[in-house]
Design a protein around this ligand. Structure first.
Ligand code: HEM
Length: 196
């Protein structure tokens, strides 16, 4: 988004670590992620739903961020919700894009930063992001069956660490930007005059 201070935030140690982690996803791990994605992709809508229903079960506070779901008490109803299916698919499509860009880290970083900025606008704070990777792993494990192993789990965890770290960065950038451009109280027009 158009903010003059975007992109000027220095890298944190955590971001450098996340970047290094993905930079060190070796070719074998990248291939493992890509291969497993082919299987996951066949159940993409199902994984999206399972992931978010589990997220709302394990961290009910996340549900409050979603205008459409915050008042739904019976989580079983969400399993057949068209809206949750659509939302899950949007998130899973982003994962798909990320897998496709594992060889172009600069592009992947940019996508994740922009996504973090949009999450500032959705009022979805970074403290919740890491839960999604954990639920993704729980949702795909039974689909991959014997193809699942600790190395594959490590590779997916690393990818989620990378994505969420740069989402966090985008969120902070957008927050700084909004705070920077917010009108300070002393600069606001005097309301007593406007009432006349
Ligand atoms: C790895 C973590 C996450 C990823 C990859 C992700 C991805 C996405 C994507 C791709 C969208 C579609 C709209 C857009 O592109 O801007 C979206 C929308 C949204 N996300 Fe996330 N998200 C994550 C975590 C979360 C969490 C933890 C919450 C809430 C606690 C959340 C709340 C929302 C909301 C409210 C929307 C807008 C509504 C909608 O599009 O259906 N997200 N997210």
């Amino acid at each position: 988004m158009g903010c003059a201070i975007s992109g000027t935030t220095p890298r944190t140690a955590e971001e450098t670590k996340a970047e290094d982690a993905v930079a060190h996803l070796n070719e074998e791990q990248i291939q493992m992620i890509k291969e497993s994605w082919k299987v996951i992709q066949e159940d993409i809508a199902k994984v999206g739903i399972i992931m978010f229903v589990r997220l709302f079960e394990t961290h009910p506070e996340c549900k409050d961020v979603f205008f459409l779901f915050r008042d739904v008490e019976d989580l079983e109803r969400l399993r057949t919700s068209r809206e949750l299916r659509a939302h899950g698919l949007r998130v899973m499509s982003f994962i798909e894009k990320s897998v496709a860009r594992l060889d172009q880290l600069e592009q992947l970083e940019g996508l994740a930063v922009e996504l973090g900025k949009s999450h500032y606008r959705y009022s979805a704070p970074p403290k919740y992001y890491s839960y999604v990777g954990a639920e993704f792993i729980c949702a795909v494990q039974p689909i991959l069956k014997e193809k699942w192993n600790r190395d594959l789990e490590e590779a997916w965890k690393t990818l989620f660490l990378y994505l969420t770290t740069f989402m966090n960065h985008g969120y902070q950038e957008e927050e700084n930007c909004q705070n920077h451009t917010a009108v300070s109280p002393k600069d606001r027009p005097d309301k007593r005059n406007t009432a006349l």
